[in-house]
Ligand binder design. Structure first.
Ligand SMILES: *[C@@H]1O[C@H](CO)[C@@H](O)[C@H](O)[C@H]1NC(C)=O
Ligand SMILES: *[C@@H]1O[C@H](CO)[C@@H](O)[C@H](O)[C@H]1NC(C)=O
Ligand SMILES: *[C@@H]1O[C@H](CO)[C@@H](O)[C@H](O)[C@H]1NC(C)=O
Ligand SMILES: *[C@@H]1O[C@H](CO)[C@@H](O)[C@H](O)[C@H]1NC(C)=O
Ligand SMILES: *[C@@H]1O[C@H](CO)[C@@H](O)[C@H](O)[C@H]1NC(C)=O
Ligand SMILES: *[C@@H]1O[C@H](CO)[C@@H](O)[C@H](O)[C@H]1NC(C)=O
Ligand SMILES: *[C@@H]1O[C@H](CO)[C@@H](O)[C@H](O)[C@H]1NC(C)=O
Ligand SMILES: CC(=O)N[C@H]1CO[C@H](CO)[C@@H](O)[C@@H]1O
Length: 797
């Protein structure tokens, strides 16, 4: 039937979001062919459709000629031709009739790139399924291959020969050459180097294999191992020997812009064979082990920018010390600048000394920045020495040793367990605070918890005000739907440091659950924070760049308060960590409750169904900013001590950068619960939640999953279809065969099935509002006879 078809179609779309636009599958690209940079659809796909060669638009800067994973929604780029020199819209790449392959920019008419150093006689080009783009002659001999000209990535079946290099890109989205290089050298060793940016010349290596054998190759073999081989083919040393199945995962090894060489995998589809892997690139292994400690050079910025501090967490996390802020949050290499006027050396130094104080930081060290050293010294002596010295920006102190360090600080890092104390010299500007600032401190203590250390100087306060105003204007333009809230100002949330949460969760040990965007851990707060159990949700795939939006969303989630919602208690927003702390729900999720061993009683189920509807109503209509949940499903409904339903995960859709107002290829939500408008070019409204609720309601009523592969009968596989069939044929008793209680309360059961059918109407406008839905469940409003949910689809498909 049509509904089933629609379901299957949606399912397919979800699996293969791009297959419909791959047009030149498997064909040779003949002489005279060209591609024009117009949109993201200008490409040649490989026969399997897994790789594509063509143009990708890089923000507003222009187009990049590249090869990418074409079935991965992010379209991850693995090779590029013109990262330093993007071309403008309308530019073309052409395989000329003479067999030359070149890229010309339309605005200047100049040749930007050409596939060079190959013999003559090219008769065709091809995008191969391995991710290799080749130019070949009549005998299919490859005269040029992208595999021989790697940029920052290698793929399975690709090899690197001696003197080949990979260059990291500059930032995640800037494909220009960055600061790191991987080289397979003629002495046979693979090494990682920082470069003398912006030059390509190299510093000393920060990682190296340690072999004595020339004539080697770096191999990324077909099963996903990465190793160095001798000329006779024997393995000399492994670089990555973590293995996952090639059938189930895409793989790549990339020298990332942060200087870490990572072996990544991405599940080809969801399903049992890939277990609990996120639908995202996950790191299988990486080199070096600790980049913060490995880069040790007395010039240049190191792993992070000047004045920054590096913390190792599968790569560098760069943070500014207390009293400093990022020069450019999108570019860590720009470093940090003090928020205050540094000490002046103009006058006989001491007059200014009393205006400074020290912020302490454990284990932070700038090992190669020192310009002066004292021993033996007490800590107090060390502080005075730094205060009296206008060159001193930081003093490091340990066991009677005192190091003075000047500006700019570089190669800063956290050295866990070193016992070194950093004393960061900061200007005390409290005497110059504007009076309004002082008042606000007294009046609104809660502001301080969030803004905390930022509110140091008056100029910083003005900055925040400015940002706030900008935010209010921008968010009004961008998101007219949301009632605008004042970020920061109404806040009952606690700010946690990453360290506190690490402690609370015992090092993120006990995992409660895992989704595509986050992992949830059980934790317990310190007794000073009343020792409660909490659920600590670590967001994994947050887009890091919009600090303000994060805070705004957090404050909007933080202001919700309803007995059918899981309460947000606090959050952590430190470096790259974005963590939410919720109250802990002792009785697990509705999924466990409904689909567990014994069937829960009908009265409880009804209470739960009603509770969820009330929670949704609150999100949709009653709280200060309207929240579309976008992912209502049993796993996201938790149960409290008294088996009351609590909706969790609300408000996250926007945080995870899902554009809610328009359908895109990135679908938030879970198969089966996802409303059809996600797959069509229709606006996303509150009604998507009503749809998901309808599916959920059927599951609650029938105590089975919407999709059941092992159903008795094919017609019963999809509950939504089967329920409508039963309802239409007046055979509802089939639905509740094993449920005596339900059979006794047939009238209510029928009513609930009818409500559910109203909710899952294909046409969003036919679905009830959340308000009406709640009234129907409560029995205040009559339920009329629902139409076939799919009538709308069949008329347009
Ligand atoms: C193309 O894709 C990039 C990145 O995926 C995106 O930023 C850009 O807006 C897209 N352009 C079009 C025309 O869809
Ligand atoms: C591509 O062209 C070569 C040489 O003309 C030929 O041998 C090969 O079969 C062609 N491949 C396809 C898929 O058409
Ligand atoms: C990429 O970074 C380089 C180096 O900072 C800069 O010169 C270039 O303009 C950037 N390119 C883009 C497209 O932002
Ligand atoms: C790849 O290398 C691993 C590790 O040496 C080996 O076990 C595997 O058989 C190799 N696969 C292929 C296809 O050569
Ligand atoms: C291959 O070469 C390595 C070192 O060059 C040597 O140790 C090894 O015995 C050789 N293996 C074979 C099978 O020749
Ligand atoms: C800053 O200066 C004020 C006024 O002199 C003083 O009361 C305060 O303790 C100083 N703060 C710090 C952190 O030293
Ligand atoms: C302000 O916050 C601090 C720390 O959270 C707390 O100890 C203090 O009691 C608060 N003061 C007021 C007036 O709320
Ligand atoms: C059904 C169920 O698991 N109920 C439990 C809910 O949580 C409370 C408090 O932890 C337990 O006492 C109940 O047994």
């Amino acid at each position: 039937m049509a509904f089933e078809l629609a379901y299957a179609f949606c399912f397919l779309l979800m699996q293969l979001p791009f297959s419909t636009i791959a047009q030149t599958d498997g064909k040779n690209i003949s002489l005279g062919s060209s591609l024009t940079a117009l949109d993201n659809k200008s490409f040649w796909a490989s026969p399997s459709g897994e790789f594509a060669f063509g143009f990708q638009e890089i923000g507003k800067y222009g187009f990049l000629l590249a090869i990418w994973f074409n079935k991965v929604p992010e379209r991850t780029i693995v090779w590029s031709a013109n990262g330093d020199n993007l071309v403008q819209k309308g530019s073309t790449v052409e395989l000329t009739s003479a067999g030359q392959f070149r890229l010309n920019d339309i605005t200047t008419g100049k040749q930007i790139w050409v596939a060079s150093s190959y013999g003559t006689g090219v008769v065709y080009a091809a995008m191969l399924d391995t991710g290799n783009f080749v130019l070949a002659n009549r005998n299919s001999i490859h005269l040029w291959a992208s595999f021989d000209q790697p940029t920052d990535t290698i793929l399975p079946t690709q090899t690197l020969s001696q003197n080949s290099r990979l260059f990291a890109r500059y930032t995640a989205s800037n494909y220009s050459r960055g600061r790191f290089q991987l080289t397979l050298e003629s002495d046979g060793n693979l090494r990682l180097y920082t470069t003398l940016f912006p030059l390509d010349s190299i510093n000393s290596p920060y990682w190296s294999t340690n072999i004595k054998d020339s004539g080697v190759e770096l191999m990324f073999n077909q099963s996903g191992s990465i190793y160095l081989t001798a000329s006779n083919g024997s393995i000399l040393t492994m670089v990555s020997d973590e293995i996952v199945s090639m059938q189930d995962f895409y793989q790549r090894a990339t020298l990332d812009y942060d200087g870490v060489f990572r072996h990544y995998v991405y599940p080809k589809s969801t399903g049992s064979s890939v277990g609990s892997w996120n639908m995202a690139w996950s790191t299988l292994s990486y080199k070096p082990k600790d980049i913060c400690m490995s880069i040790f050079q007395d010039k240049g910025v190191g792993a992070c920018g000047f004045n920054s501090i590096c913390t190792q967490d599968q790569g560098p996390i760069c943070q500014c010390p207390y009293g400093y802020t990022d020069m450019d949050p999108a570019d860590v290499w720009k470093g940090c600048k003090p928020n205050f006027v540094p000490q002046s050396c103009g006058e006989a130094s001491s007059p200014e000394a009393h205006l400074f104080y020290f912020a302490e930081m454990q284990n932070a060290n700038w090992p190669v920045t020192e310009y002066n050293y004292f021993q033996p010294a007490t800590e107090d002596w060390c502080r005075q020495a730094c205060l009296a010295d206008c060159f001193c920006a930081v003093a490091n102190y340990r066991d009677g040793q005192c190091w003075l360090k000047g500006s700019p600080l570089f190669n800063g890092r956290i050295e866990p367990g070193s016992g070194i104390k950093a004393l960061i010299k900061v200007r005390n500007e409290s005497s110059t605070l504007i009076s309004g600032d002082r008042d606000s401190r007294k009046k609104d203590n809660s502001t301080l918890i969030l803004v905390g250390s930022l509110l140091l100087s008056s100029s910083e306060f003005l900055n925040i005000l400015l940002l706030l105003i900008t935010y209010l204007i921008v968010s009004r333009m961008y998101c007219g739907r949301a009632k605008v809230i004042q970020p920061y100002l109404v806040m009952n949330l606690k700010y946690f440091t990453y360290e506190e949460l690490e402690e609370a969760t015992n090092g993120f040990k006990e995992e409660l659950g895992r989704g595509a965007f986050a992992t949830v851990f059980k934790g317990v707060l310190r007794s000073s924070d009343n020792g409660k159990y909490v659920a600590v949700k670590r967001l994994d795939n947050m887009v890091k760049d919009n600090e303000l939006e994060f805070k705004a969303e957090i404050s909007s989630i933080g202001k919700t308060n309803h007995k059918n919602l899981v309460q947000l208690l606090g959050f952590c927003n430190e470096g790259q960590h974005r963590i939410l702390v919720y109250e802990f729900m002792s009785n697990g999720s509705l999924a466990g409750f409904l689909f567990g061993e014994s069937m829960p009683n009908w009265y409880k189920r009804r209470q739960i169904a009603l509770g969820i509807a009330r929670g949704l109503l609150y999100l949709h209509e009653d709280c200060s900013s309207q929240i579309i949940h976008c992912d209502i499903k049993p796993q996201n409904i938790l149960l409290d001590d008294s088996i009351g339903a609590r909706i969790s995960d609300f408000g996250l859709a926007k945080l995870l950068k899902m554009d809610q107002t328009h359908t895109t290829t990135r679908i938030r939500g879970t198969k089966g619960y996802v409303a059809p408008e996600w797959f069509k070019n229709l606006p996303i409204t509150l009604k998507v939640d009503v749809y998901s609720y309808g599916i959920l309601l059927l599951e609650i009523v029938c105590c089975r999953r919407n999709f059941e592969q092992q159903a008795e009968d094919e017609d019963q596989m999809i509950l939504a279809d089967w329920a409508y069939d039963c309802y239409e044929q007046k055979k509802l008793h089939l639905l509740f065969k094993n449920d005596d209680e339900a059979m006794e309360d047939m009238k209510t059961m029928e009513k609930y099935v009818m409500i559910a059918i109203w909710c899952i109407q294909e046409d969003p406008s036919l679905r009830p509002t959340t308000k009406k839905l709640t009234l129907m469940l409560e029995g205040t409003v009559e339920v009329s006879i629902p139409p076939n949910p799919s009538s709308f689809t069949s008329s347009i498909m």
